[in-house]
Design a protein around this ligand. Structure first.
Ligand code: FES
Length: 101
């Protein structure tokens, strides 16, 4: 029996809207859609320390609350956070990217 995904669409964005080497940030949904080369992926912007929303800069993601710094792949560069930002599932549907939650 095929396995059915329980995840639901959270955001739908045209791929062309995601700037090369940049990101689109959806603060209400607390998601950043990032483009690195041909790769487009989605990160939760919820800091893994105590849950503040991180700010996305061209080089890194910075938490304004206690100064944690994450790489554009979500990896921890500087604590106090000790876990990476959550990578969200994305699906390509034609010219669109759909972020699932
Ligand atoms: S909530 Fe982000 S560093 Fe504390």
């Amino acid at each position: 029996m095929p396995r059915v995904s329980q995840k639901k669409p959270l955001l739908r964005v045209a791929k062309a809207e995601v700037p090369p080497g940049g990101a689109l940030v959806f603060r209400k949904s607390r998601v950043a859609i990032v483009r690195e080369g041909d790769n487009i992926y989605a990160l939760s912007i919820v800091c893994t320390h105590l849950g503040c929303s991180v700010n996305v800069t061209p080089k890194e993601l910075i938490c304004p609350c206690h100064g944690s710094i994450f790489g554009r792949g979500g990896e921890v560069f500087k604590g106090p956070a000790d876990r990476p930002l959550e990578q969200l599932t994305v699906e390509e549907r034609g010219e669109f990217i759909v972020v699932l939650s």
